[in-house]
Design a protein around this ligand. Structure first.
Ligand code: C2E
Ligand code: MG
Ligand code: MG
Ligand code: MG
Length: 282
């Protein structure tokens, strides 16, 4: 315990700091090790077509199977991974795993089904982003026709030619491009006409608020009609109850994701659930 003297308190405080610093360092080291030990796994959350309840693809969400702490969700390690420069490797590992499944799922999919991965905003600072993605596809003999890339609004905020080129190249490779967490970022909508975005994913916060807020309903309706006029599709994120689902259907929202339909589940379980082939040896 801390001594009452000034000196003692200071010593106690610095000891406490050291413990936290050590824990942080251990967390960082275990994150680095997780790469080589293949501790990341892919969960999929289905995207559901509201008109008939069919699964029209899914979003890949990374999880970290930590040797002692159990399953860790991305919010707890993505920021650290970004800081350590590990995020690109993690995103490519997720894409790789998804590609391996898509190769065997391919014959069972309908053309409109899309499987999405999230790209960290930081990746767009890398000169070799497009090359890295195309290498990953090639290593797994995977085409882009069922693949979607989710990027966040923040990426598009600062317009520059490098960014525009990267996005255009990804589009030309055949990826579907989705804007994640739409509506939470920035007030200027200029970028929507500047980039070849195919899908707007309406942020969960709007969907949650629809039940109690008339103005959130108006906002969602407005986003939907704007998307339609710009020839974009809409996915509603975080649909948790029937009331939200019914409202979205009345606005002609095509696709929805959320706990009402399914939580994210391990990719093997997703395969079983939707009668898709499983990969036996890994
Ligand atoms: P996101 O891309 O917006 O993903 C949606 C998040 O909402 C997921 O959290 C998902 O589990 C959660 N969610 C889905 N439906 C519901 C619902 O009905 N209710 C509630 N309360 N939550 C719902 P998760 O898996 O914890 O991921 C959090 C964020 O981490 C993601 O947000 C994404 O930005 C990031 N992330 C996840 N996987 C990756 C990845 O492989 N690479 C990168 N760079 N980021 C990732
Ligand atoms: Mg996402
Ligand atoms: Mg989102
Ligand atoms: Mg999010």
């Amino acid at each position: 315990a801390a001594k009452s003297s000034q000196r003692g308190s200071i010593r106690f405080y610095s000891h406490d700091l050291t413990a936290r610093a050590r824990e942080r360092m251990e967390f960082r080291n275990s994150l680095r090790a997780a790469m080589t030990n293949k501790e990341f796994c892919v969960y999929l959350q289905p995207k559901i077509r509201l008109s008939d309840g069919k699964m029209m693809g899914a979003e890949a969400l990374v999880r970290w199977q930590h040797p002692t702490r159990g399953l860790i969700t991305p919010d707890h390690f993505i920021p650290v991974a970004e800081e350590l420069g590990l995020i690109s490797a993690i995103d490519m590992q997720v894409l790789s795993i998804l590609c391996r499944y898509l190769e065997v799922w391919q014959p069972h999919l309908v053309p409109e089904q899309r499987f999405a991965v999230n790209l960290s905003a930081l990746q767009f600072n890398h000169e070799d982003l497009v090359q890295t993605i195309s290498d990953t596809l090639q290593q797994n003999r995977c085409g882009t026709e069922h693949l979607e890339l989710e990027i966040t609004e923040g990426v598009l905020l600062v317009h520059c030619e490098h960014l525009a080129n990267k996005i255009l190249q990804l589009k030309q490779m055949g990826f579907t491009l989705a804007l994640d967490d739409f509506g939470t970022g920035y007030s200027s909508l200029n970028y929507l006409s500047r980039y070849p975005i195919d899908v707007l994913k309406i942020d969960r916060s709007f969907i949650t608020d629809m039940n109690t807020s008339r103005s959130s309903q108006v906002l969602v309706k407005t986003i939907v009609s704007m998307a339609r006029n710009l020839n974009m599709k809409v996915v509603a994120e975080g649909v948790e109850d029937e009331q939200q689902s019914a409202l979205l259907q009345s606005y002609d929202v095509e696709l929805a994701q959320g706990y009402l339909f399914s939580k994210p589940i391990p990719i093997e379980q997703f395969a079983q659930c939707y009668n898709l082939p499983e990969i036996i040896n890994d």
